[in-house]
Design a protein around this ligand. Structure first.
Ligand code: ZN
Length: 296
């Protein structure tokens, strides 16, 4: 994280809000604006910039200059997944591998960028019936759960259920259950390259999910967590290379007394590139987690 604070770009497709009065009634300024407000509320001075970008803007509001000034990108999309420009997706992907954090929300599970990062279809089971969702913490002590109750309820949500076609997450933080009986891995953390990725499923557009305090705290915690990897400047931007691998001298000649050796790659980091933060494996904290939980 930059000492001056995280630079966050909240991306919203912003089409349901324009086309559906029921959605506009819940999010008159767009879901992205509500999500951004929640991040500002919780990060305060820890975020130097929380800007928004939308599908209709040139380059979807995600020009190379904007992404170069983004430490964490959040993504909510649904009906325009296939119309998102491939060049923009490529740019985002490259940036994530170099250390930008990504928080993917709800129907963003089928976005081009998430499917590319996962390498699977990312399809899931779903039902729009305004059902109660219960979000269970399964990694107590994980930074994304900070300040949250062990379990909280979203009164009305679209059901998302298993099987969710993703690789096994590096860390599973939340599991949700629904009044219909389904369960879903609703909070999943991944690493790709230097970048951290968090998927959080609550957030159907016809329910006021992003106004709910617990959901806003999850997203803010996730932004902070995925943003803790030091960013490495892109070789495409600075014209250099992150590492200049070369084969160590003295190991190229082989014979019976000098068997083949594996060439040694010596990394020569570019000045001003700080090493990335090692992956965090935060152990679960044994505490009152076994206490009886009562659902309202
Ligand atoms: Zn939905």
């Amino acid at each position: 994280m930059d000492k001056a604070g995280l630079r966050v770009t909240v991306w919203g497709e912003n089409l349901h809000e324009q086309q559906d009065p029921a959605v506009r009634a819940i999010y008159p300024d767009g879901m992205h604006t509500t999500i951004a407000a929640g991040i500002r509320q919780h990060l305060g001075a820890d975020a130097s910039v929380v800007r928004t970008a939308t599908f209709d803007q040139p380059q979807h509001g995600l020009s190379e200059a904007i992404l170069a000034e983004t430490d964490v990108l959040t993504w909510w999309g649904h009906k325009a997944h296939n119309r998102v420009d491939d060049g923009v997706v490529e740019r985002i992907h490259e940036r994530i591998l170099l250390g930008m954090g990504l928080v993917v929300l709800h129907s963003g599970h089928e976005s081009k960028i998430f499917r590319r990062l996962m390498g699977t279809t990312c399809v899931l089971r779903w039902r729009e019936a305004g059902e109660r969702e219960v979000v269970w913490t399964v990694s107590p002590g994980h930074p994304i759960t900070r300040g949250l109750p062990e379990v909280f309820i979203i009164p009305e949500q679209e059901m998302y259920g298993e099987h969710f076609d993703i690789p096994q997450p590096d860390e599973l933080v939340f599991i949700s259950s629904f009044s219909g009986g389904e369960v879903f891995r609703s909070g999943c953390a991944f690493r790709r390259g230097r970048g951290r990725i968090f998927y959080f499923s609550p957030g159907h557009e016809t329910h006021p999910v992003y106004h709910q305090p617990e959901v806003r705290l999850v997203i803010a915690n996730a932004v902070r967590w995925v943003g803790t990897v030091s960013f490495q400047p892109s070789s495409r931007i600075n014209g250099g290379h992150l590492f200049r691998p070369r084969i160590a001298e003295g190991h190229s000649h082989t014979n019976e007394n000098n068997p083949p050796t594996t060439p040694t790659l010596i990394a020569a980091p570019v000045p001003n590139c700080s090493p990335s933060t090692p992956p965090s494996r935060i152990p679960s904290v044994p505490d009152a987690a076994c206490a009886t939980v009562r659902l309202a």
